[in-house]
Write a protein that binds this ligand. Structure first.
Ligand SMILES: *Cc1c(COP(=O)(O)O)cnc(C)c1O
Length: 471
C-alpha cells in the first residue's frame, strides 16, 4: 500500500515511512492511495475473534511492508496490558443506545488503543533501520499521556510533549509530568492547544531541523493512529449484527481523528448508517457542516478539554476525498484559511460529506445534564467527552429509533472528577493502578508560546542530535 499527501507535493511513501513521518513534507497529511475493501464474508468472520486478532487482520492491508507476523505480535503485545479482556467492550445504556468503552488502556483514554500499537510498530522500524528519533507531539491532554506511556524508557526515542498550560485536568497533567524516565520531556506551553499544534506543524515543515533531529510525529495526523482506531468500529458493529444490520456511531470530536477512522471503516465496506460528530462549545465542525463555511474562532475552555480544538487537522483528509482528491483545490482552501481565516466548502463536496456525517454542538449545560440523566436512568457514569457523544446519539435516536447507535466512550470518568461531581454530586475515585500519580513528584518545563523557544529547547535536550544515525 502506498500513501499520497493531501497537498499533492510530497513524495509517495510506504507504510513504514508514513509511520515515522507524521506530517507530509508539503504540510499535507498522508492518505492511502486506495481504501482496501473488506468483503462481507470477511466482516462476518470477525465475529467472536479476540480484539488483537481482529486488529491484525484489518490493519494488514494498510501495512504490508511490516509483515503479517510482526503485525500480529505487535497487536498482541499492544492490547495485553489492557485492564479488560475484551479490550473495547460494549455496554447498553438505553434502547438501541450502546457505549463502546475505549478507556481500559494504561492512561484511561481511547488514545491508548492507537498509541500502544504505534509505539511498538515505530520501535520495530527504528530497530530494523538502526535509527533514533525525536518524537514531538502537541496534546489537548490525552495524546500526551498515551504517548509518554507508550515510549517511556525506550532508548531509541526522546519524547517532547507540548500541552496548554493550565488547560488540562490535574489527572491528565500528572500522567504526563510524573513519569521519571529521562527520555520524556513534558512542556507546559503558555498558549492553547491550537498554538501548540501550530508550533508543531511549523517544526515539521522545516526540513533541515526535521532531519537534524529525526523528528517523528505521533499526533492523530499520524496515519497509523487512524488505522488502529478503525478496528473498533468493525468489532463493535459486528457485535451488533454487521454486516447484516446497519449501525450508527456518535463520536466526541476534537482533531477529527477518531471519527475519521469510522469513515475509513465505512470506505472499507463496513455498512454504517450515520457518523455523528459531537462537539462541545468549540463547534467549528458543527458550523461547517451546517453552513458550508470552515472558519475557526477562538478556543473556549470547557469541561471536555480534549475537544477544545478549533483547527481539526484530520478534517483535511475527509475534505480531500470530498473534493474528489483534487490536491490543488485543497491547497487553495487552506491558503484561504491562512490568508482570510476561513474557506467555503464547495457545494458538491459539502453534499458528499453530509451523505456520511451529522454534527451536533453540545453545550456545557447539556453535557452536565446528560451525565446526570444517564446516571439516573442506568447507573452508568459518563465522562464529559463521552457525554457529548451520548447526547448527540439520543438526538439521532429521536429521528431514527430503529438503527442502533454506538457512542464512543473516549475517557474514563475518573480522569475528570470535578465535572462528574458537579453533575451527579458524587466523587469518583481513580482506579487503584493510577493512584500513585496523585502523589508522585512532577517534572516539566514551562515555555512561552514562542516557536523559537520550543525549537531551541528540543534541540538542547534531544539525544538524537548526538546519535550517529537518525530517521
Ligand atoms: C482526543 C480525545 C477526543 C477527541 O478525539 P479526536 O480524535 O481528536 O477527534 C475526545 N475525547 C477524549 C477523551 C480524547 O482524549
Amino acid at each position: 500500500m502506498h500513501y499520497i499527501s493531501t497537498r499533492g507535493e510530497a513524495p509517495e511513501l510506504a507504510f513504514d515511512d508514513v509511520l515515522l513521518a507524521g506530517l507530509a513534507a508539503d504540510g499535507g497529511l498522508y492518505v492511502p492511495k486506495t481504501y482496501p475493501a473488506v468483503a462481507r464474508g470477511d466482516i462476518a468472520a470477525l465475529a467472536g475473534l479476540p480484539y488483537d486478532a481482529a486488529a491484525a487482520r484489518l490493519i494488514e492491508p494498510f501495512a504490508g511492508e511490516i509483515g503479517a507476523g510482526v503485525l500480529r505480535d505487535a497487536t498482541r503485545a499492544a492490547y495485553a496490558g489492557f485492564s479488560h479482556r475484551a479490550v473495547a467492550p460494549l455496554t447498553q445504556i438505553d434502547d438501541n443506545l450502546f457505549v463502546l468503552e475505549l478507556f481500559h488502556g494504561p492512561t484511561l483514554a481511547f488514545k491508548d488503543l492507537a498509541m500502544q500499537l504505534l509505539g511498538r510498530l515505530m520501535n520495530h522500524v527504528l530497530e530494523q533501520r538502526g535509527l533514533g528519533a525525536t518524537i514531538v507531539g502537541a496534546t489537548s491532554g490525552d495524546t500526551g499521556a498515551a504517548a509518554i506511556e507508550a515510549f517511556a524508557g525506550q532508548n531509541r526515542v526522546d519524547v517532547f510533549i507540548l500541552y496548554p498550560d493550565g488547560r488540562v485536568s490535574d489527572v491528565q497533567r500528572r500522567q504526563m509530568t510524573t513519569v521519571a524516565d529521562d527520555n520524556i520531556h513534558a512542556i507546559a506551553l503558555r498558549g492553547t492547544f491550537d498554538d501548540a499544534q501550530s508550533i508543531l506543524k511549523s517544526l515539521f515543515r522545516d526540513s533541515a531541523y526535521r532531519k537534524r533531529l529525526g523528528l517523528a510525529g505521533v499526533n492523530s495526523i499520524n496515519w497509523a493512529r487512524v488505522v488502529a482506531q478503525m478496528v473498533y468500529y468493525f468489532t463493535s458493529a459486528v457485535a451488533l449484527g454487521a454486516p447484516f444490520r446497519e449501525v450508527s456511531f456518535a463520536v466526541p470530536t476534537g482533531n477529527f481523528g477518531d471519527v475519521l477512522a469510522g469513515y475509513v471503516a465505512k470506505r472499507m465496506g463496513l455498512p454504517l448508517s450515520r457518523l455523528i460528530v459531537a462537539t462541545n462549545a468549540n463547534d467549528i465542525l458543527a458550523r461547517a457542516l451546517a453552513s458550508g463555511r470552515y472558519e475557526p474562532r477562538g478556543v473556549t475552555p470547557t469541561q471536555s478539554p480534549s475537544m477544545d480544538i478549533q483547527l481539526s487537522s484530520n478534517f483535511e483528509r475527509l475534505l480531500f476525498d470530498a473534493l474528489g482528491r483534487d490536491a490543488g483545490a485543497l491547497r487553495a482552501a487552506f491558503a484561504s484559511l491562512d490568508q482570510s481565516g476561513g474557506f467555503d466548502i464547495p457545494p458538491e463536496a459539502l453534499a458528499a460529506i453530509r451523505e456520511d456525517f451529522d454534527a451536533r454542538a453540545v453545550s456545557e449545560a447539556e453535557t452536565s445534564a446528560e451525565i446526570a440523566r444517564t446516571y439516573r436512568e442506568s447507573g452508568y457514569v459518563l465522562d464529559p467527552h463521552t457525554a457529548t457523544g451520548v447526547h448527540a446519539a439520543r438526538a439521532r435516536l429521536a429521528v431514527d429509533p430503529s438503527t442502533p447507535v454506538v457512542a464512543l466512550a473516549t475517557a474514563h470518568p475518573a480522569k475528570f472528577p470535578a465535572a462528574i461531581e458537579r453533575a451527579i454530586g458524587e466523587r469518583i475515585e481513580l482506579p487503584p493502578r493510577l493512584a500513585p500519580i496523585l502523589t508522585a513528584e512532577e517534572r516539566f518545563s514551562r515555555l512561552e508560546n514562542d516557536e523559537g523557544r520550543v525549537r531551541a529547547f528540543i534541540e538542547d535536550h534531544a539525544r538524537a542530535t548526538r546519535l550517529a544515525t537518525r530517521v
